[in-house]
Design a binder for this molecule. Structure first.
Ligand code: IPM
Ligand code: MG
Length: 369
């Protein structure tokens, strides 16, 4: 097959890891006989510097003309003092909105080899396999007005707005995933306080009758934050509002030991996908060959599986990652007793080699979605 992939490295460590993921994709293409045409474009701070806007038309056009998008991360201290409408993050929010990527899927499995690097006790961190389904194009991130008002700008307003249709489509997506996985859906809200959450809950209960095989429960977001640490093993699929999902997914990453391990997929109604690591641009370690490229590489694997229906190819990448970890290699964020700590470049090379020559034979694959 022939596929066109837009790669948007963004800023900070995004630049180091995006090229690494592209190398891994090319290795998979070569091994399995596909042609991946990769084209790079700017987003975020890099785009502000080069084009005066965090999401240039040319970048959006390239994304629309590609079969899928791979994105690094955006933001950094250089652009922190810009007004919020001009910040790098605005480019990320705009591409999500423009491409209609309402469903953000953040799978969180425990990696057997990394259980020791989790700050949680091993018996809590092991055997977790959850999927956070985060609504990505509505809610508090996009509600209008979002502004400062009053004579001295002493009043601030952000708006949490959803339409019924927006909630329905994300809830249905979550039910579909739950039906195909462990059959359990936890809807996370703040229905004891927020009207938006009360409608969210109603819709979840309405849709439940279409999915008799799925057990549904509702949890307040504060309680969910606690349960993610005390008993993460109880979760299968979590569905939640944009900001709640942002916060809970960073928290849940600690089950795997590092935010550097979590990939994500953002899908539109037509199934178009953008793939990006859950982590940010980590300016503190950028350019030092310290970043963990695995979340980005695993995002590329999700792209193969979910956008191109290349299951075997995607799993070959996932197995290569597992086998490198199982051999004791890790980046500084995952440091454990007895491990061999390697830099970004070396980690990319190890995974690329194993994808290229097929030395990724493993029995345990990551069950992702
Ligand atoms: C994420 C990030 C973004 C978000 C930021 C960079 C705008 O934290 O993808 O989780 O809040 O969505
Ligand atoms: Mg986040």
């Amino acid at each position: 097959m022939k596929k066109k992939i837009a790669v948007l490295p963004g800023d900070g460590i995004g630049r180091e890891i995006a090229s690494g993921a592209a190398a891994v994709l090319q290795a998979a293409g070569k091994r399995f006989g596909h042609e991946f045409e990769i084209e790079y474009a700017d987003i975020g701070g890099a785009a502000i510097d080069a084009h005066n806007t965090p999401l240039p038309e040319s970048t959006l056009g390239l994304a629309r003309n590609s079969d899928a998008v791979l994105l690094g991360a955006v933001g950094g201290p250089k652009w922190d003092n810009l007004p919020s409408a001009e910040r790098p993050e605005r480019g990320l929010l705009a591409i999500r909105k423009e491409l209609g990527l309402f469903a953000n899927l953040r799978p969180i499995p425990s990696f057997q080899k990394l259980v020791q690097s989790s700050p949680l006790k091993p018996e809590i961190a092991e055997n977790v396999n959850m999927l956070i389904v985060r609504e990505l194009t509505g809610g508090l991130y996009f509600g209008k007005p979002s502004e400062r008002r009053g004579e001295n700008n002493e009043v601030v307003v952000d708006t949490l707005q959803y339409t019924r249709a927006e909630i329905e489509r994300i809830v249905v997506k979550a039910f579909e995933f739950a039906a195909g996985r462990g059959g359990k859906l936890t809807s996370v809200d703040k229905a004891n306080v927020l009207e938006s959450s009360r409608m969210w809950r109603e819709i979840v209960n309405e849709k439940a009758s279409d999915y008799p095989s799925v057990t549904v429960d509702h949890m307040y977001v504060d309680a969910a934050a606690m349960k993610l640490i005390s008993s993460p093993g109880q979760f299968d699929v979590i569905v939640t509002e944009n900001l709640f999902g942002d916060i809970l997914s960073d928290e849940a990453s600690m089950i795997t030991g590092s935010l550097g391990m979590l990939p994500s997929a953002s899908l539109s109604e037509s199934g178009f996908g953008l793939y990006e690591p859950v982590h940010g641009s980590a300016p503190d370690i950028a350019g030092q060959n310290k970043a963990n490229p695995l979340a980005m590489i695993l995002s590329a694997a999700l792209m193969l599986k979910y956008s191109f229906n290349m299951r075997e190819e995607g799993e070959a990448i996932e197995r290569a990652v597992q086998s490198v970890l199982n051999d004791g290699y890790c980046t500084p964020d995952l440091q454990m007793e007895g491990s061999t700590v390697v830099g970004t470049d070396k980690m990319i090379e190890l995974v690329t080699q194993r994808v290229a020559n097929g030395s990724d034979v493993l029995t345990d694959t990551i069950v992702y979605m």
